[in-house]
Design a protein around this ligand. Sequence first.
Ligand SMILES: Cc1cc2nc3c(=O)[nH]c(=O)nc-3n(C[C@H](O)[C@H](O)[C@H](O)COP(=O)(O)OP(=O)(O)OC[C@H]3O[C@@H](n4cnc5c(N)ncnc54)[C@H](O)[C@@H]3O)c2cc1C
Length: 371
Amino acid sequence: MVRVLVIGAGLAGLSAALAATAAGHHVVIIEKSKRIGGRGTSQHIDGFAIGYGPHLILNKGPLMKLATKLSKVKVAKLPLRLHRIESVGNGIIRPKGNPQKVVESKKALKSKDTTNPHVKSAQFISGWGIDSESRYQALTKGNLSCVGEGWSGLVGRLAMALDEVGVLIDSSLEVTSIEQGKVQLKDGRTIETDVIILACGYSKTRTFVSELTSKSGQNGLPENDPITASIVDVSLDSKPLQQLQAIVDAENNMAIFDMKNIHPAVGISGSLLSAIATGGNDQFKSPQQRLDGLYAFLDDRASGWRNHIISERGQSKITLHANPDSPIQFDTFSNHNVLLAGDWIDNEYSLSDAAVESGRQCGRHVSDLIG
Ligand SMILES: Cc1cc2nc3c(=O)[nH]c(=O)nc-3n(C[C@H](O)[C@H](O)[C@H](O)COP(=O)(O)OP(=O)(O)OC[C@H]3O[C@@H](n4cnc5c(N)ncnc54)[C@H](O)[C@@H]3O)c2cc1C
């Protein structure tokens, strides 16, 4: 049995811990926040499952498969529907009851002709600017879904499975540095371990790894130019989007979703608007300007929303994807008994699915490190 210390209790860290435990190892997770789940979670506030921006899940991706496997209770999910999504200036993406338009829409989306505004809208909402063929295909086929229990429900399934097998998740504990076989905590303690799995986001991982490699002469992690987003999550006692699930402004990389119009279980009544803008510096001079632009989009398209707020959260800058200069493998630093997990690890998936897949790769590889 190998002692494994996982740093970070986001989706990557939790999945890594599950896979390492299943392989028979002794696992401990350390998380600096009070809450687990990282960027992939939600909080129940006034009866609404409020997350960090709109999160849509691939029906048959690694996250969905793992959450389904871990519990007898089926994950209640409902898909985005193209006949309920409006592309600004171009109407509904696939209008219902108009066979000619339906055929045209299917042809256009299949062609992936990026001069077609509906294709641009579909590309934006399937990957938030990250080119993901599987998520694009899933959207066009009704396989990209909102989860009724909120993302905290999915994270809760992972955490409960870990609890059942006795894996400790130590929250509110920050790791400040690592070396082979050892991690240093902010409270001054040192923990010894055989294997470290870094699942704490790209920039922190880059710092930890640079300390490790500076001594061995090995290259650290490459520079990165992260893709960031501004987000607004707001629950309302009104329905400003009426029956629409989303309004997309692909020219300005912005979208507003009514998550409750996708899955009624995410809120008790009214609507749960989740808006996102991902334009970079060429479009907006600062993250605050981008957030202001998103509020202006809400004022324009969700008219009157400000008079119906139950709870509101706006954030000018959150990392959507670390976007490293070159692909990075989970076992790049396995010579130091350190493995890497996160949505930025090179595998066939993207976003949360890439995070879960990378965790699984790490957990399964532990036995190969210390035979
Ligand atoms: C606005 C937005 C929209 C998104 N939409 C989608 C979507 O529609 N579909 C989808 O699949 N994915 C989506 N994602 C991506 C998804 O949220 C992420 O891919 C996933 O949550 C990443 O998980 P992770 O574990 O790699 O990283 P994180 O969630 O960032 O977890 C890292 C964890 O490490 C902890 N940590 C950091 N430093 C330390 C330290 N020193 N010591 C201890 N702990 C530490 C952090 O507190 C955090 O809990 C979206 C993300 C954003 C921001």
